[in-house]
Design a protein around this ligand. Structure first.
Ligand code: IVH
Length: 684
């Protein structure tokens, strides 16, 4: 007997077409809007192929809202223009707290004067993210997507319908299972690109020898304004709805109800980071909270938006010029700026890595003045084609090191100079070597090189290693430059009298520092191992090694096989440890430390709990914890965190924008938790 689905297929191909369309759009919605895939890519492709072949056999049945029509159409010669029935406005901006307070006061005063707000009440606002993309208006008639237009000048925009059809999170037909759909529904929102998709796109562009984009916004703009929608179809564009234009009869009375309504119609709505706030202090608290999470978000935002929540109050407040009085954008400092690249110098790191550093004309970006930025390595400079004298785009996001994104080619002068890599270490004169499979050039001087010595010491006394409070980089540099310390053990011979002679050191701080140095003689074994600066041995591996071997002697005498017994230690790490202790100089360092009375404390194995021995994979953005925070908590409870999903994974913790790892987990039947589920597990 044939299977049920196949029976349908042969008996009623036409009904099968409807069924396949609904099914594919349901999976599109689950994947692109709810971020919760319900089938694997392969199963999805199979449904799509079946629909395509049925449509090929029944061409009269092809309709514009079929998911097969999302692949793009023949190129246009130009975009048509669209007059917005309801103008697309922009927002007033605030940068300072005072401007937000003034905005709230204006709103409250007007509403009180109109009898819409009691004297003792504060205004209720809906707070949401200001996505850094492009505004878009979608027009649905009788539930069907008929037009998509850019903002243009607010009155007239460009008709980008063919391109927008290719964005799978945008429904071609509104869902009518929750609400009756008004004849006309205009949805407004932002088209954008996720950071990870943007990076992948640029990698692919580069491989094809095509233009790379400077940031996700430009990539989104370039993709939206493609005359050939088949190209747009290849671009990972996304959309979030945040408002409405013309709507027949609006069954909502607040902004938040409106968003729920849109979500009910199948529109993607960014429901992860918004809050309802009363009065200015809560607005500012929201701004700061989002500011802290900004670096961990999967997309760029340039601020937050506060909107009066009651639509009746919005109507009373009305508009000024081209912006509403009921809403304001509170902007973050820009994360990108342009400036002149004055020079490229090289720096020598702890492991000898030679990093080219850009010297820049001072520029205010990401809230601070930046004069230096990393250029990573020589290949990167060539790839980006950055030249000395160029006007360059500089980016500083969150606490990350500022980097040079690329040159502004239109502004390139005739006298720009290419960077030439040094052939000898600028600090110690040793030869520079670059292994074939590595992008990084290294100084071969080892601890003979003053720069490497300084960086090794800075690493060793750092917070995650021996944690010597009060011993900063500048002081280490002076101590090395004056020849007072050559290796870590020399630190323990310093006395307060001589330290008091160094820059910005008084007798008191010198005494405190000596105390801190003495205190660091009994670190946890893992920290001591980490402090040694063995290549490929990070904090976690150092701790695993400490737990496994129990003493520095045991670690020093371990051979490759014994090292490979340590969970999570592979051939690269093991090889690096063996090489490190094969170097007599490194043994000397350990012996000298011991002679100074440095003796580590043994590391406690993590207490066994429900999590011990369990492997977790984190994916997507969690609502409250950063991924690092969640990892720390899992590790502290005895669990392990891995980067990829396999049959050995016990749990996948998925947040917003979880992608292939989540799908893989579902394919393999691995348990999936959200942040709340993880908390429960940690509490139990
Ligand atoms: S509301 C009547 N909400 O910012 C108010 N705009 O400067 C219309 N934007 O052109 C805009 N995220 O492209 C609104 N959550 C959000 C937004 C947002 C980004 C953009 C939009 C608009 C510009 C206003």
């Amino acid at each position: 007997m044939p299977l049920e689905g196949q029976n349908d297929l042969f008996a009623e191909p036409v009904d099968r077409i409807d069924w396949l369309r609904a099914e594919i759009e349901r999976h599109n919605h689950a994947y692109y809007v709810l971020d919760h895939p319900t089938i694997s890519d392969a199963q999805y492709d199979q449904l799509m192929r079946e629909l395509q072949s049925l449509e090929a056999a029944h061409p009269d049945r092809i309709t514009m809202d079929s998911p097969t029509q999302r692949v793009g159409a023949a190129p246009l010669s130009s975009f048509g223009s669209v007059t917005h029935t309801v103008p697309m406005l922009s927002l007033g901006n605030a940068f300072e707290d005072g401007e937000v307070e003034a905005f709230d006061k204006r709103v409250a005063d007007m509403l009180r004067a109109a009898g819409k707000l009691q004297l003792d009440r504060s205004v209720e606002y809906f707070c949401e993210l200001k996505l850094d993309g492009l505004a878009l208006s979608l027009r649905y008639e009788k539930g069907l997507l008929v037009q998509a237009a850019t903002r243009g000048d607010g009155q007239t925009g460009e008709d980008v319908t063919a391109n927008i059809r290719t964005i799978k999170s945008i429904p071609l037909r509104l869902k009518d299972d929750m609400y009756a759909i008004p004849d006309v529904v205009e949805v407004r929102g932002e088209v954008f690109m996720n950071l990870s998709d943007f990076r992948k796109l640029n990698e692919a562009q580069e491989k094809k020898g095509e233009k790379v984009f400077v940031n996700p916004r430009n990539a989104a703009a370039g993709s939206l304004r493609q005359l050939d929608s088949r190209i747009t179809a290849q671009r990972p564009l996304r959309f979030f709805a945040y408002g409405w234009g013309e709507v027949g009869e609006a069954p909502f009375s607040t902004h938040s109800e409106m968003l729920d309504w849109l979500a009910g119609l199948g529109m993607p709505v960014n429901d992860s980071q918004h809050v309802i706030a009363q009065g200015p202090s809560e607005l500012l608290a929201y701004y700061r909270m989002v500011g802290e999470r900004r670096p961990a978000l999967p997309y760029d935002i340039d601020g937050v938006v506060y909107k009066v929540n009651q639509l009746e109050a919005q109507r009373v407040l009305g508009f000024v010029a081209r912006a509403p009085r009921f809403a304001i954008a509170h902007k973050f400092p820009a994360q990108e700026a342009t400036t002149t690249l004055l020079d490229i110098e090289v720096q020598v790191g702890r492991t000898g890595a030679i990093t080219p550093v850009a010297r820049l004309a001072p520029v205010f970006v990401g809230g601070v003045t930046v004069t230096n930025a990393t250029l990573h390595n020589e290949d990167e400079i060539n790839r980006k084609d950055v030249r000395i004298g160029d006007v360059v785009v500089v980016r500083r996001a969150g606490d990350v090191i500022p980097e040079v994104v690329g040159p502004v080619l239109e502004k390139r002068g005739a006298d720009v100079k290419r960077f030439v890599m040094v052939t000898a270490c600028p600090v110690c004169g040793s030869a520079i070597e670059k292994l074939e499979d590595e992008a990084i050039a290294r100084c071969t001087g080892g601890l003979f090189c003053g720069a490497q010595r300084k960086q090794s010491l800075i690493h060793a006394v750092g917070r995650k290693a021996l944690d010597v409070e009060g011993l900063g980089e500048k002081l280490v540099e002076q101590l090395v430059d004056r020849g007072r310390i050559h290796s870590l053990a020399d630190l323990y011979g310093l006395n307060s009298l001589e330290l008091a002679g160094y820059d910005r050191m008084g007798m008191k701080s010198a005494e405190k520092l000596v105390e801190a140095i003495q205190k660091s003689k009994h670190p946890l074994l893992g920290r001591l191992i980490f402090a040694l600066g063995i290549r490929h041995v990070g904090e976690t591996t150092a701790r695993d090694l400490a737990i496994h071997f129990g003493s520095i002697e045991a670690l020093m005498s371990a051979d490759l096989d014994r090292l490979l017994d340590v969970p999570d230690v592979g051939p690269v790490v093991a090889g690096s440890i063996v090489r490190f202790f094969a170097e007599p100089h490194n043994i000397e360092v350990v012996r000298a430390l011991q002679a100074q009375g440095v003796s580590p404390r043994t590391e406690d194995a993590p207490q066994s709990s429900g999590l011990s021995g369990k492997t977790f994979v984190l994916t997507g953005t969690l609502p409250v914890w950063s991924r690092d925070e969640a990892s720390e908590k899992i590790i502290a409870a005895g669990g392990k965190v891995s980067g990829s999903v396999s049959r050995k994974t016990h749990y996948v913790v998925a947040g917003e924008d979880a992608g292939s790892k989540l799908v893989k987990a579902q394919e393999l039947g691995v348990a999936v938790l959200d942040e709340a589920g993880l908390r429960k597990l940690l509490d139990s």
